[in-house]
Every structure is written in structure tokens, then in C-alpha cells.
Design a protein around this ligand. Structure first.
Ligand SMILES: [Zn+2]
Length: 335
């Protein structure tokens, strides 16, 4: 966890320089996709670590580092919009997860900032992405920044500092995370297994982590097409081949695809309309005609359970096999 990207060594040195006269709030700004959040986490962990390494990085082995990595450190808070954290639960309750950081999330820090640290050292609050604070959240934060308490550091991470109120900016010490040189990025991307990263890197605006995201999307598009092709013709569906192909895809994502597909099957059957796959409406309609609605409902219930448990399946391929076999059976009218 407390490893820096190869292009962040200089940035780390600048941070170490600041540490001696530590401000109450640090603004870590810079383009998207250069690893700002990871860097901010490394800063937070190093401040909480009991035995930092020589260069100032966290040791990764003391109890404090252990709690940090388990996301249970009592002196650390990560504040981010609901959509980035509690997505799963929010979806199940039927409520859309918030895209903004709310005033309640900031107010909940009041207790945290007035208590003294559990471990007797620093307390750290990381706000990410800081520009997603709504106006009242920003105001509440300003109040907290105006009355700083003890050894406490706020780290605001943003790629849109111009969207933050000047009153907040003026209370932060800014640290700019630069775009790495193309050579550094290309070398790193090759280490990540990308064969010819130059074009992708350019498409990503020379931000290496953005390039990784683009590469994953390209891969996903291919797998999603294959998935649609197979589930669309259950009679010829080779479950084991697809499960093998998907085994490196995030199980939650595959289950989500299945949920959207089944949603459209049900919707086509009951209302004649589809939502997620308008280009496949005819195929879905004719497939839906052969399906038993109760079999479909049962299967959708199984998907909900699977999605809840999808975070750490021991063997994703086996899980895909069983879900896809059940799908085939259901879609053939034997559900
Ligand atoms: Zn440590």
C-alpha cells in the first residue's frame, strides 16, 4: 500500500520538506490519473505509522499500518461521495448513491476533530475528490479549518481546484502532483503488461493510470459483446467457455451484466419494452416469449444474493459456471 509510483519520488521529497512545518490542510492537486489518491493515502499512512522507514514512508508492518490497511484506523477518516464507497448497499435500498460529499459527512467529523487521537499521534482526514463537496459541506469544512484542533491534518485531493471556494483554498498548502514524462509512463505501463502503450497513453492525455483504465475498458467491451452473444442464444450457449473467458473480469461486474440482461427479459415479457439493450430488443423479445416468468424471478433473486457475496469469491470461474448454467436452464424454459 505505501508504495509510490515511480514518478512520485520527487513529489514525496517535497512532501517530506513540508512535514517539518506541517499545515492543518494540504491540497493535493493535479491532473486525473496520476495517482493522487494513492499518494494521499501514503501520506496519511506515514503520518500514522509508528515506525516509518528511513525515507519517511510507512513501515507496512506496525499495528497502526495494519489498521490502516484494514481501513479500521481510529485516527483516520476517508470522506468521499457515497457513489465511490457504499454503492452496493445504496443500490439495494433502491436509492441512488450520492455523487456529492454531503454536509452531514463533514459535520460527522466534528467529534473526530475535537477528540484527541486514540494513538496519541496525528489524526488525518482525507477528502476525495474535494471538488464534490456541495456548498454547505464546503462551508462546514471551512468552519473546521478555521478552528484547527491539535495534531490534525486534512488532505484535500482534487483535479479541479478551481471549483473549490477561495476561502478553503487560502487555508490549504498546495502540493501539485505533476504529469509524469511520457517515457516514465510508457516504461511503467509496459511493466503493467501493456504491449504498446504509447497510443493509449496519448489518448489518456498522458496520465498513466487513465491509460490503464482505458485499456481495461477496451478489454471489457470485447468481453461484454461475447457475453451478450452467448446469453442471447441459450440453446447454443457454451457456459464453460464463457466462464473461462470471464474469469479475470470482476464478478460484481458480470453479475451486474446478468442483472441488466434479466431486467430486460422481464420487462420485454411484461411490458414489451427493454431498457438496457435497445439494439437487441427483437432478440430479447423472442427469447422472453419462451421464458417462464417465475423461473426468471427466482433467478433474479439468486443474482441479488450472488451480487452481495461477489466481493471475494474463492473461485470466480466456478461461480460464473454455476450462475451461467442456472441462466441457461432458466432461459431454456426449465427454470
Ligand atoms: Zn507502520
Amino acid at each position: 500500500m505505501s508504495k509510490l509510483y515511480p514518478w512520485q519520488n520527487e513529489l514525496w521529497q517535497r512532501w517530506i520538506g513540508l512535514r517539518a512545518r506541517l499545515p492543518h490542510a494540504l491540497l493535493l492537486k493535479g491532473p486525473q490519473g496520476v495517482g493522487k489518491l494513492d499518494f494521499a493515502m501514503a501520506v496519511a499512512q506515514s503520518l500514522l505509522c509508528r515506525e516509518p522507514q528511513e525515507g519517511g514512508l510507512a513501515c507496512d508492518s506496525c499495528p497502526s499500518c495494519h489498521w490502516f490497511q484494514q481501513q479500521t484506523h481510529p485516527d483516520f477518516r476517508l470522506i468521499q461521495p457515497e457513489i465511490l464507497s457504499a454503492q452496493e448497499e445504496a443500490n439495494e435500498s433502491g436509492k441512488k448513491p450520492a455523487r456529492q460529499i454531503s454536509v452531514d459527512q463533514i459535520r460527522a467529523l466534528t467529534d473526530f476533530s475535537t477528540l484527541s487521537a486514540h494513538q496519541g499521534g496525528y489524526r488525518v482526514v482525507l477528502i476525495h475528490p474535494a471538488e464534490t463537496m456541495n456548498a454547505s459541506a464546503a462551508n462546514a469544512l471551512l468552519k473546521t479549518l478555521e478552528e484547527p484542533a491539535g495534531q490534525m491534518l486534512f488532505i484535500l485531493v482534487t483535479h479541479k481546484p478551481q471549483q473549490l471556494p477561495p476561502t478553503i483554498l487560502s487555508r490549504c498548502l498546495a502540493l501539485a502532483a505533476p504529469l509524469p514524462s511520457p517515457d516514465t509512463s510508457v516504461a511503467w505501463l509496459k511493466q503493467q503488461g501493456l504491449d504498446d502503450p504509447s497510443i493509449l497513453l496519448a489518448q489518456a492525455g498522458f496520465a498513466p493510470l487513465q491509460a490503464v483504465r482505458l485499456a481495461e475498458e477496451v478489454e471489457d467491451v470485447g468481453e461484454y459483446q461475447r457475453f451478450l452473444q452467448e446469453v442471447g442464444r441459450p440453446a447454443q450457449f457454451d457456459v464453460f467457455a464463457l466462464a473461462e473467458q470471464l474469469q479475470r473480469t470482476d464478478p460484481a461486474k458480470v453479475i451486474h451484466w446478468l442483472q441488466q440482461w434479466c431486467y430486460d427479459l422481464g420487462s420485454a415479457k411484461l411490458t414489451g419494452k427493454v431498457l438496457y439493450h435497445p439494439n437487441l430488443a427483437d432478440a430479447i423479445q423472442s427469447l422472453a416469449a419462451k421464458i417462464e416468468i417465475f423461473g426468471l424471478l427466482r433467478y433474479q433473486k439468486d443474482l441479488l444474493v450472488a451480487r452481495r457475496e461477489a466481493t471475494h469469491p474463492l473461485n470466480p470461474r466456478l461461480q460464473f459456471e454455476s450462475l451461467l448454467l442456472a441462466y441457461r436452464q432458466m432461459a431454456m424454459g426449465n427454470g
